[in-house]
Design a protein around this ligand. Sequence first.
Ligand SMILES: [Zn+2]
Length: 696
Amino acid sequence: MDDHLDEVKAAEEMDRLITDLRHHAELYYNRDAPEISDAEYDRRFQRLVALEQRFPALVREGSPTHEVGAPIAGTPFAKVRHAVPMLSLDNAFSADDVQEFFARIRRFLGLDAETPIPVVAEPKIDGLSASLRYEKGRFVLGATRGDGYEGEDITRNLALLDDIPKTLRGDAPEVLEIRGEVYMSRAEFARLNETRVEAGEAGFANPRNAAAGSVRQLDPEVTRRRPLHFFAYASGEIQGADGRPWDTQEGFLAALKAWGFAVNPLARKCETVEEVLAFYDEMADRRATLDYDIDGIVYKVDSIAWQERLGFVSRAPRWAIAQKFPAEQAKTVLEKIGISVGRTGALTPFAILTPVTVGGVVVSRATLHNEDEIRRKDIREGDTVIVQRAGDVIPQVVGADKDKRPKDAVEFVFPDHCPVCGSLAVREPGEAVRRCTGGLICDAQAVERLRHFVSRDAFDIEGLGEKQVEAFWRDELIRGPADIFTLKARNDRNEIDLAGREGWGATSAGKLFQAIDARRNIALDRFIFALGIRRVGQATARLLAHHYGTLEALREAVLAARDQESDAYRNLVDIDGVGPKVAADLIGFFAEAHNQEVLEALQKELKVQPFERPVGGGESPVAGKTVVFTGTLERMTRNEAKAWAESRGAKVAGSVSAKTDYVVAGSSAGSKLTKARELGVEVLDEDAWLKLIGRG
Ligand SMILES: [Zn+2]
């Protein structure tokens, strides 16, 4: 083997080999159509084995060397990191929201009221989003959306769909990722459910679940028999000499068709807001007669140049929005109000309902939000209530039909003690939520924290779902997060006997240990999210990971931020999207002795990866630098400037401190500029800044 190979080159070659081997294995095992000889396949396979032996740290989860010759049956799907994240869309619910979407674009791009903003409108299919990767025009990798950053490799199953071309027609970029929706038609869904029920199996709740269940089949034979379709509508990574040969969204859809993809024939270019809203009304009317479920309309700015300028906010593009159809509603009886206790001790009321079908799904529980909502809506046990669900949202109780109220119905009294541990439950001034004060003596909080820790967007350990972790907690195998990672060692020392548990055996125990080991390397943002800190959801976790880079830096900064006069504190609350409330929760979490123990115990067991800069950000001269904008910019709006800086890996802060790297001063800059000069921070004018980030 060539000795000059460094890790970067090795990783590239290994990635290439893996996609290549997967592709050929697919042709061989699932389609009986091999394109290369067995000997050639074996040669490439051995090359990968050799590389993995030499660079053990680079071995990818789900590498073909781990599943020698065997199709994916029985093995979990490998995780795939999306080269370009699959973000979600912001939602609009009313015509006003849509008007505001256009107004926002106008402000961001600095357009006057007369300039039209053409958009492409298309029905939003209620299916399963997937990403398809083509290299040199050939389908090499198909993945689920997952959390948008990491999905599952379902190449084998997607390759079975007729709507997904295995080879693209005509010229295509060297690397081309296409995103779209896998769906099942209503008629096919009905037929499938009929057969399942006849066979004594449970029917699927709706076509979306049926489609999702079908592409995630471990046995591709099952997928092959399921009638699945695919509409393409977006792109991910694109590389190659030609780049994008289209300059509008409409042009892109035409390119998709030319390559051989199915594109929704109802998509239409609209020149004005009025046309957009008329399209929405038309589709709302036709919705019931379409052969597939749609849950709204998506609008995308037609001009690709504008799309690029508009860029992204934390999780959604600024140039697109989904206008949802109104929620579906039904009436049923609220039998009882239950209270659940979450990982932060929050008492949340929910309704136990007489089961009812809402928009094709059977609903027996619905959220009641909080104490005040129950009082405001005057909802009582025994009431006939209106239940609604919209898309993926948890069903909710909209209100009660007071005419049908039983005579003996009494006003609901919210408990002031935790139903799980009996501790006092208090409501702090200004808070909507009552919380159990039991802390870690409260079983509900301990379990919920663990359930959160292993949840899909956190550690996501195959075979250790919320149910298992709860059972392990009950039987005292796992009391805190770090115990997950000592399971194997304790099992080896015969302190516990996992294989001897009911429903477990040596194989399943072995598989679980492997799955746990695979997660000993965890991305920083996932790790922060997994800690279950109050007010720190995925988006905030990502912001913190982006800002601080490593767990150590974050911990030190947060501990230093206990002093509200410190730079560390100002720095923390200055992160756009953090603010004093989140800062207080972070400080509270890191300062607590028990949490410090948990962190230390975890750090002994696993490696938290430093945050990876987004694609394209790594080489940027401003990556990791802190920038403050002040004054009036001439060549772009402040929002646009900020978005560009962030897309190049810079952090944008609101005030100047010793940690500021650059102050970009527009005309009539004031106190921030003065402060920058006092502190000796480098000051750039707008042109110099644009030059620095490569837009000059
Ligand atoms: Zn409690």
